[in-house]
Design a protein around this ligand. Structure first.
Ligand SMILES: [Mg+2]
Length: 365
């Protein structure tokens, strides 16, 4: 039998506007108001189609250029049955162009599409391919954007809690906003993600206060995110720390896990190298007795891949659901949180197929 090989690799950019009730500022280089999604579509010699997602947002065009010019041509004619092996080959071929950033983002999208294909070839969902007993539903947390306004932040915290979320994550960076949300959270757990905004000294004093108010985890407290010594120093305050969305490959996670005393490693499937690297990180975390809390502010194949991966992890990961309202969903019957849980889609591959009409309407390149 001739093996199934890659016939075409296409990179599609979508821009789907969203509303979030905030000013759209503080986290991104300029106003953030659209989901800029990089879709990777691979078609095989059997006519099978696999979908992946590369990290996009404010670097979507650069990721597409990397795919079209350098990575896609290396993939034509390659076998699809061993995503991890092809992924490693591509990592070696692309090593001169960075082990982080657009290169790894693009390779992540490729790897997710290859796992979609492999699961489809087996006639199973990714969760069912990887485990005999994947979870049917996954707990989710509301990941609020940064509002920079105590009243607005508290109102959205209250709203998420009233919708049944047991966990709410803030992106606020100052005490008044965080304190207002803490007062509004009822019995739900609160996490705080400051995206590397604090100095070591500020982080130390805030960690003590956050510990006093019962914060569940503090995410990316200091800059740069790969300052593992600084993170290890901060971990001595006793508050659970999380980090990892800005690391790529299991090599970097191995360094962080051994040196930084991070309680919740946070691989991002569209950045870290896809499903293959994520699975290696899951093994490292399990050996260290740590629970992964994946980074997933996505609404495309990265969302579905993360759900499938959460369903098979040994510890109970809580899925990050970005608390925004997109103008359209890429998937019909998009599995969204209900009372703080998401039902895992069980169709072949990632579980559901994207809606061609939504792609046509929101495609920019
Ligand atoms: Mg984060």
């Amino acid at each position: 039998m001739t093996p199934e090989v890659i016939r075409t690799v296409e990179t599609i950019l979508l821009s789907i506007p969203f509303a979030d009730g905030g000013a759209g500022e503080g986290l991104t280089p300029s106003r953030w108001s659209a989901l800029d999604i990089v879709l990777v579509r691979i078609e095989t010699s059997e006519g099978r189609v696999g979908w992946g997602e590369a990290f996009g947002y404010f670097c979507a065009e650069a990721v597409k250029a990397m795919m079209d010019r350098s990575i896609a041509p290396l993939m034509i004619g390659k076998r699809t049955d061993d995503p991890a092996a092809l992924g490693e080959e591509l990592q070696r071929r692309m090593a001169l162009f960075g082990r982080y950033g657009v290169t790894m983002f693009a390779l992540s999208g490729v790897d997710i599409a290859l796992w979609d294909l492999r699961s489809k070839a087996a006639g199973k969902s990714l969760g069912d391919l990887l485990s005999h007993a994947p979870r049917d539903t996954i707990p989710a947390y509301a990941s609020l954007v940064r509002y920079g306004d105590a009243g607005v932040a508290a109102a959205f915290t209250e709203r998420a809690v009233s919708e049944g979320y047991g966990h709410v994550k803030l992106h606020e960076i100052t005490k008044p906003e965080i304190a207002a949300c803490d007062a509004a959270r009822g019995n739900s757990a609160l996490m705080v993600d400051v995206n590397c905004s604090w100095s070591q000294q500020e982080a130390r004093s805030m960690a003590r206060w956050l510990s006093d108010i019962g914060c569940f985890w503090l995410e990316e407290p200091i800059f740069p995110p790969e300052d593992f010594d600084g993170l290890a120093d901060l971990a001595r305050e006793g508050l659970a720390l999380s980090a990892g969305e800005n690391l790529c490959t299991h090599w970097q996670f191995a360094q962080m896990i051994t040196s930084a005393a991070i309680r919740y490693p946070q691989p991002s499937v569209t950045k870290v190298g896809g499903v293959s690297e994520f699975l290696k990180i899951a093994t490292l975390a399990e050996r260290a007795g740590l629970t992964l809390m994946p980074h997933s502010p996505y609404f495309g194949p990265g969302y579905l891949a993360t759900l499938q991966l959460c369903s098979i992890l040994p510890g109970e990961a809580i899925f990050e659901h970005l608390y925004v309202w997109p103008a359209a969903q890429l998937y019909p019957d998009m599995p969204l949180p209900v009372l703080g849980r998401i039902a895992r889609p069980t169709g072949p591959g990632l579980g559901i197929e994207p809606d061609p009409a939504v792609i046509a309407r929101y495609r920019t390149a």
